[in-house]
Write a protein that binds this ligand. Structure first.
Ligand SMILES: NC(=O)C1=CN([C@@H]2O[C@H](COP(=O)(O)OP(=O)(O)OC[C@H]3O[C@@H](n4cnc5c(N)ncnc54)[C@H](OP(=O)(O)O)[C@@H]3O)[C@@H](O)[C@H]2O)C=CC1
Ligand SMILES: CC(=O)N[C@@H](CCC(=O)OP(=O)(O)O)C(=O)O
Length: 345
């Protein structure tokens, strides 16, 4: 059994990790931290886990995480970087759901996240945890930088086209929408019911930290200089993400060939569903599941390609992806514990 520790068990990605890992056949939950709820049984805070998780939360300074085989950080940016060096030195693998190790460039990280990076020496080693594009590296990793939720949709939509040199890499556009759980469980005025329900708004239009993450990875995966306009929106739903990606085709290519490109790219990817050309994927077709679904459109048969991508921000966008990485790092079947079908209606 893999002994698992979770730092930040009271947040949304933390409880999502607990939902997935509590029924994972090869996992033994060993430690779950909370700074505020030391001693409180996890199932008292989350009755959905009654009978599944019998641990209590522990204050972070009271648990010995070096006894774990792997520790997930479901915490704000800056927490994992403080603890990763000691854990790795003790032989513990680390999966960070925050952005501490996503950007290879320390200056870029500090510019966007407004905190100093305290262990830049690990930036090069950290493996970007997007198995569909980076599976072999994930298998051999000690330290995983789990991708941001929006960047997962943008990369899986754009990379096949960029790799095949079919689109203008300098003119990528992503118009994306996220459910409110994407902002986490911490109290914030913008996520109050009266503020976020029955409302719809863009945010971060002049610059969002997922732009440099996505651009850097698109460039690493394809070797092309990339320019991206990314506009996120908050929509009044709890879970779910819908990204509408626009790309200008630079080659004369049929819709059938484009469809075939995506189907062959993801033929061995159990969590990417390439839907028939012209489909309209819905966020609810991924709710609670680790599946990302995408579909291609070509309006008026012109040279603009539209790629629709949906996922559950808390599963493929965060905790499910992290478990997928853990499976690969421990030589398990990638899909273990992640076979849930989306919840409908
Ligand atoms: N929500 C989403 O859809 C996604 C989130 N992410 C990233 O995942 C990470 C977690 O997000 P999310 O679960 O939404 O956030 P939440 O705000 O819901 O939870 C944060 C958790 O971190 C704990 N925590 C906060 N500060 C510290 C600290 N200094 N030391 C130890 N623990 C701390 C909190 O627990 P307590 O206060 O009890 O200690 C809480 O359990 C973030 O970095 C986020 O950006 C990534 C992709 C998608
Ligand atoms: C709706 C909402 O607020 N979403 C978050 C993104 C969540 C995510 O992926 O987070 P990290 O990259 O920070 O880990 C945001 O835009 O800040």
């Amino acid at each position: 059994m893999i002994k698992v520790g979770i730092v930040g068990g009271t947040g949304y990605t933390g409880v999502e990790l607990l939902r997935l890992l509590s029924v994972h056949p090869d996992v033994e939950l060993t430690a779950i931290t909370s700074r505020k709820e030391d001693g409180l049984p996890v199932a008292d805070m989350f009755p959905s886990l009654r009978g599944k998780v019998d641990l209590a939360f522990s204050a972070p300074d009271k648990v010995d995480l070096s006894k774990c085989d792997v520790v997930f950080f479901a915490t704000p940016h800056g927490v994992a970087m403080a603890q990763a060096p000691a854990l790795l030195a003790a032989g513990v693998k680390v999966i960070d759901l925050a952005a501490d190790f996503r950007l290879k460039n320390q200056e870029t990280f500090e510019q966007w996240y407004k905190i100093p990076h305290t262990c830049p020496e690990l930036l090069e080693e950290a493996v970007y945890g997007l198995p569909e594009l980076n599976r072999e590296a994930v298998k051999n990793a000690r330290l995983i930088a789990n991708p941001g939720c929006y960047p997962t949709t943008m990369q899986l939509g754009f990379v096949p086209l960029l790799k095949a040199n079919l689109i203008d890499a300098s003119a990528l556009i992503a118009d994306a929408k996220s459910g409110v759980s994407g902002a986490g469980r911490k109290a914030e005025i913008s996520t109050l019911f009266s503020e976020s329900s029955d409302n719809f708004k863009a945010y971060g239009v002049s610059g969002h930290r997922h732009t440099p993450e996505t651009v850097a990875q698109l460039q690493r995966f394809t070797g092309l200089p990339v320019n991206l306009i990314f506009t996120p929106h908050l929509v009044p739903m709890i879970r779910g993400m819908h990204s509408t990606l626009y790309a200008r085709l630079t080659t004369d290519i049929s819709n059938e060939a484009l469809q075939e490109l995506f189907e062959s790219t993801y033929k061995d990817a159990p969590f990417v569903d390439v839907m028939p050309f012209g489909s309209h994927p819905e966020t609810r077709s991924t709710r609670g599941s680790n599946m990302l679904r995408l579909a291609l459109h070509r309006p008026n048969n012109g040279n603009t390609l539209v790629i629709l991508v949906v996922q559950d921000n808390l599963v493929k966008g965060a905790s499910g992806q992290a478990v997928q990485c853990m499976n690969l790092m421990f030589g398990l079947d990638e899909t273990l514990g992640l076979q849930q079908v989306a919840l409908l209606p």
